[in-house]
Design a binder for this molecule. Structure first.
Ligand SMILES: [Zn+2]
Length: 376
């Protein structure tokens, strides 16, 4: 018999905001879950497939990989084009033109023309299509679990459609289901988590979840209902700018290369003489710190292709500009996994968990496996 299991995934629901909800806060069991380092592309692989970045072979969506970059075939022209197209909008316009056939549907981040021959898209989002993800996950291993995809609707309109679909399936007697609620994340990035539009949306989403909770727990008192998230979200208070090139010298594939996401910086060093000055510059940079070797082992990010240096900002700061975006977002996640605002949720309705306390994303994967194999 198929397990009675409903997994509701809420992108970016912070554990810290549970007290602001009516329904989620009432979960009989609630664990604060530490995310992995980085962003969803890696955290989802850990949560639904039990795999750390070292296991999947990528860390972040973009990485230093010149031959697979969108600008590789224009590499000899790029320095000249960069010099000719100095004004930002022109530079960005030509970048868009040169990259329009590169992985259609993905946004090429804020990479200056002269660096367009360095970074390539590597990560694969498991929730986009679990059958295209190159590893087994709970969605491909357990056929009983119905996977609802993220609807192809505008951002902000998807959660309501998912809610209606879940209710429709519950009414039809289905009870082994995974459903993603992706929209809270965008409200967080756009407004920060203290602003009224974000909190209003959280209340709206919480009410939809409440209706599902009521229905599922009434009909399946021995079933398992989970609400899980991949990480938290904090309001960005301040932008900080890097001066690597001013301090260290020009970046190139012969010297060093840096890619900054909103709050995570990776540096690849080719000229060994630059290693010590780069380390010194980053150690002295206020507002963040280098990720240590011990941490890289703990979080499964030891692969040297992930960068010689990984540097993370303190919660509430963001690089402005970054290689990812020209301006900082109003809210962000992807800070140090121990930081208080980054903690994710695992909420449970159903027979109590007997195992060790759940702490990290991999624990959730193992727990889902236990339910799906009928051992809980
Ligand atoms: Zn996000």
């Amino acid at each position: 018999m198929n397990p009675e299991l409903l997994i509701l995934f809420v992108d970016s629901m912070p554990f810290a905001l549970l007290p602001r909800t009516e329904w989620m806060r009432q979960a009989p069991e609630a664990w604060s879950i530490r995310p992995g380092f980085g962003y969803s592309v890696n955290i989802h692989a850990e949560m639904f497939a039990g795999l750390l970045p070292d296991d999947v072979g990528y860390f972040g969506e973009w990485t230093y990989d010149p031959p697979r970059s969108p600008g590789w075939r224009y590499r000899r022209l790029l320095p000249l084009l960069d010099a000719l197209f100095r004004p930002y909008l022109l530079n960005r316009g030509l970048q868009t033109l040169l990259t329009r056939n590169y992985h259609p549907g993905t946004i090429v981040p804020n990479i200056p023309l002269r660096h367009l021959d360095k970074f390539a898209l590597t990560g694969r989002h498991l929730l986009d299509d679990p059958t295209a993800f190159p590893h087994p996950s709970i969605f491909t291993t357990y056929e009983a679990l119905t996977f609802l995809p993220i609807p192809a609707l505008p951002k902000g309109e998807r959660d309501k459609a998912v809610f209606e679909e879940v209710m429709r399936r519950l009414r039809a007697g289905e009870a082994t289901l995974f459903a993603p609620f992706p929209d809270l994340d965008g409200f967080g990035h756009r407004y920060g988590i203290e602003a009224a539009p974000y909190l209003d949306y959280l209340r709206r989403l919480d009410a939809w979840l409440g209706a599902i909770i009521e229905r599922f727990t009434a009909e399946h008192p021995r079933g398992h209902l989970f609400i899980v998230s991949d990480h938290g979200m904090v309001t960005v208070k301040e932008g900080v700018s890097l001066a690597l090139e001013r301090e260290i010298g020009p970046s190139s594939s012969a010297t060093y290369v840096a890619f900054s996401d909103a709050n995570l910086l990776r540096v690849w060093v080719m000229d060994e003489r630059l290693r010590a000055p780069i380390a010194a510059y980053l150690r002295a940079f206020a507002g963040g710190r280098l990720v240590t070797e011990v941490e890289r082992r703990e979080y499964g990010i030891t692969d040297p292709r992930f960068g010689d240096f990984i540097f993370v900002l303190e919660e509430g700061l963001a690089f402005e500009p970054s290689t990812f975006a020209r301006h900082k977002p109003k809210g962000m996640h992807g800070y140090h996994p121990e930081a208080p605002g980054q903690q994710a949720v695992c909420l449970h309705w159903g027979p109590a968990w007997q195992g060790a306390p759940l702490r990290r994303m991999r624990d959730l994967y193992r727990m889902f496996v236990q339910v799906l194999e009928g051992r809980w």
